[in-house]
Each structure stands twice: as C-alpha cells, then as structure tokens.
Design a protein. Structure first.
Length: 161
C-alpha cells in the first residue's frame, strides 16, 4: 500500500476557513464600532480630570506664593511658570488658554482650536460641536469673582458616536 503525501490545503478547507473568518468579521465589526463611542467618552472624561487637576494645581501655586487669591493677570505678568508654561489668571484660576496647555490638551490628541467657547477640547475633528458635528466636548469657564471655575463634560455615548 502506498502512502499518500499531502502538501497544502484542499479547496474545501480553504473555503471553510474563509467562511468562518467572514462570520467572525460580521460579528466583530459592529462591536468594534460601538467601542469607538466608549473610547471617545472615556477620552473626554480623562481630559476633564486633567483640566480639574491643572486648575487646582495652578490655584494652589498662586496661594503658596502669597499672591491674591483673586489675581487676574496675563501669563507674563503672573510670574508663575509650570513646566515652562506661563500661567495667565482670571480671578485666581487659570484662563482658558492657560488651562489647555497646563492640562496637556494638545494636537493631534485633541482638537483645541475652532471650538465655540466655553468648549476647550474635542476628541477629534468629527466631534467638535461646530456646525452639524456632534458636541462631544469638554468646557471650561474661567472663575467669576469670588467663585471657582465651572467644568462641563458635553460628552455622552450618543453624541460621541
């Protein structure tokens, strides 16, 4: 009896593998698309955490240097530099321009230009809240006199999809 030597795959085996891969792709792609909205939402919540921490840190530095807790000053005039960033203040808290830099909200990770105030960051160019684009953004309103700044997350699963 002769032994048959097989090399490679048969056509049937290849068709079955391709069919299985097609079925897996049909199941996985919708789940991947749904995760993008979750990722954008998580990204904006993390950015808001950075903004809040940067705001508290800049205000604490102001107090530690015995400056007025209600200081309003341009970046060069405040005299406070954090990691090479001159901090501007409004009523004792960072200005919107300063908070963007302090929180590390920089391109290409975030969209920080062309947004409608008080929005300061968006996850990408397709979710800026400008025009017909979904409003998956975070907002920062500098402090009013004798008050703290306001922080708003305008991001939900619905508008980050």
């Amino acid at each position: 009896m002769r032994k048959r030597i097989q090399s490679g795959f048969t056509l049937i085996e290849l068709v079955i593998v391709i069919t299985i891969l097609g079925i897996l792709a049909a199941i996985a792609i919708p789940r991947f698309a749904a995760l993008q909205a979750d990722a954008r939402l998580a990204k904006m919540n993390a950015a808001m955490g950075s903004v809040k921490a940067a705001s508290a840190m800049a205000h604490a530095m102001l107090l530690a240097r015995n400056l007025s807790p209600n200081l309003t000053a341009a970046p060069a005039a405040s005299g406070i530099v954090v990691e090479g960033i001159q901090v501007g203040y409004t009523n004792g808290y960072p200005t919107a321009a300063s908070i963007i830099q302090l929180a590390g909200l920089v391109a290409p990770d975030y969209v920080v230009t062309g947004l409608t105030a008080p929005a300061i960051a968006a996850p990408d160019a397709g979710h800026t809240g400008v025009g017909g684009l979904p409003n998956c953004t975070i907002a920062y309103t500098p402090a009013a006199a004798n008050a703290q700044p306001t922080f708003t997350v305008n991001a939900t699963l619905a508008n980050c999809s």
